[in-house]
Design a binder for this molecule. Structure first.
Ligand code: FES
Ligand SMILES: [Fe+2]
Length: 339
C-alpha cells in the first residue's frame, strides 16, 4: 500500500465503530465469510465431543462425528431452540433442549417428537457451517461456502512452517471481553506506534522505534528487535479479521478475537508450550501477555468512548507506523463492497 493511500485512509466515520446496522453488515460480510480460530483442535479430538461457541453473533457447534469434524448452527429447526448449551461436552446425538427434537451428529433430523409423518426429516436438517483444522488449531466460519481454508491462510502457513506446532501442548486458555468495537482492537493490534505510551514494560524489552508491520494482502508479519539488539527467534503473524499467532521455538500464543456486539469484542487466548517447558516460564509468558492485553483494553475502551461521543473527527494515518491500520480499514471496506 503506497504512502499516499495510507495517508488518505483515516478514521473518517466514527459511526462505523458504534452503529448497530454496521455491525450487522460486518457480521455477515466479514465474519461469516472469513475463518475464525476457536482454539485447539484437541477440544474436539474424541468421537462425540462437541464445542459450542458464539462467533460474531453466530451460534455454532463443532462436533466430532466418528472422526469427521462437522459444524452446524446450534439452532433447532423446530422453533430455534439450542441443541447444546454453550461450552464443550460429548453426546451421541443432539437432542434439542426445548421440545426434544433429535438430530444425528451429521445434522440429519432423526426424531420430531410427537409429530409423526407430517414432518419429513429431509426438510429439517440442521444448517451447516464450516470447520477446518490446521496444525493443531481449530477454525470455524458461519457460512457453509467460505473460501478454501489453506488458500485463506496464505502467508501465515508459509511463515509458520519451521515451527513444530504439532508438538506443543495446550497449557492455558482464557477469554477476555472488551468494551470496544472489534475494529478498534484490530487496528490497535496492527500498529506498534502506541507501544512506548501504552506498554512501558514491553517497550523496555523491544526497540519499538524499529517495530515493523509488513503487509501482505490480508496477512501481516510483525517484527521488532529486542533492546539488546538480538533478533527475535519468533514469528508474529496476523490474518484478517481476527487471527493473531505468535510462534516461538518453545511454544505459541494463539489470539483470536471477534465482535460480540457493535461495541464489544471477545479476545480468546490459547497458549501451547513444548513438552518440558518449565512451568514458571510458561506462567511468566501467559502473565505478561495478559498484562499487555489489559493495557490494550484500557486504551481501546477509551478510544471507543471518544468515538461514541459523536465528537470524533477524521484523523490521519502514519505511512511509517500505521500501514496495518490502513490494511484493516481497506479489507473491511472491500468485504462490505463485495457483499
Ligand atoms: S425448538 Fe427444538 S424441539 Fe422445539
Ligand atoms: Fe498494544
Amino acid at each position: 500500500m503506497s504512502s499516499d493511500t495510507i495517508r488518505r485512509r483515516t478514521v473518517t466515520d466514527a459511526t462505523a465503530y458504534v452503529d448497530p446496522a454496521r455491525y450487522e453488515d460486518e457480521r455477515r460480510a466479514v465474519f461469516a465469510r472469513e475463518w475464525t480460530s476457536v482454539g485447539a483442535a484437541s477440544r474436539v479430538a474424541a468421537p462425540g465431543t462437541y464445542l459450542s461457541v458464539w462467533v460474531a453473533g453466530f451460534p455454532l457447534v463443532v462436533v466430532n462425528d466418528g472422526g469427521t469434524l462437522r459444524a452446524h448452527q446450534n439452532i433447532c429447526r423446530h422453533r430455534s431452540g439450542p441443541l447444546v448449551d454453550d461450552g464443550s461436552g460429548s453426546c451421541g446425538r443432539f437432542v434439542c433442549r426445548y421440545h426434544g427434537w433429535a438430530y444425528a451428529l451429521d445434522g440429519t433430523l432423526t426424531s420430531a417428537r410427537d409429530f409423526g409423518e407430517e414432518v419429513d426429516p429431509a426438510d429439517f436438517s440442521l444448517t451447516s457451517a464450516s470447520v477446518a483444522t490446521w496444525r493443531g488449531l481449530l477454525f470455524v466460519a458461519g457460512d457453509p461456502t467460505v473460501p478454501d481454508f489453506e488458500e485463506w491462510l496464505g502467508p501465515v502457513a508459509r511463515h509458520s512452517a519451521n515451527f513444530p506446532m504439532e508438538s506443543f501442548e495446550v497449557t492455558h486458555r482464557s477469554s477476555h471481553d472488551l468494551a470496544a468495537n472489534w475494529k478498534v482492537y484490530a487496528e490497535n493490534y496492527q500498529e506498534g506506534y502506541h507501544i512506548p505510551l501504552v506498554h512501558p514494560g514491553l517497550n523496555r524489552q523491544i526497540d519499538s522505534s524499529r517495530y515493523e508491520v509488513v503487509v501482505n494482502g490480508p496477512a501481516t508479519v510483525h517484527r521488532a528487535p529486542t533492546r539488546d539488539g538480538a533478533v527475535t527467534d519468533g514469528a508474529w503473524l496476523w490474518r484478517f479479521p481476527g487471527l493473531a499467532l505468535n510462534l516461538y521455538p518453545s511454544g505459541l500464543c494463539l489470539e483470536s478475537y471477534w465482535p460480540t456486539g457493535p461495541t464489544s469484542t471477545r479476545v480468546e487466548y490459547t497458549f501451547c508450550f513444548a513438552p518440558g517447558t518449565p512451568a514458571d516460564e510458561a506462567e511468566g509468558s501467559v502473565t505478561s501477555s495478559v498484562a499487555i492485553l489489559d493495557e490494550d483494553r484500557a486504551i481501546c475502551e477509551s478510544v471507543q468512548r471518544n468515538l461514541a461521543s459523536g465528537l470524533a473527527r477524521p484523523g490521519i494515518l502514519s505511512p511509517r507506523h500505521e500501514a496495518g491500520v490502513a490494511q484493516v480499514q481497506a479489507l473491511v471496506d472491500d468485504a462490505l463492497a463485495r457483499a
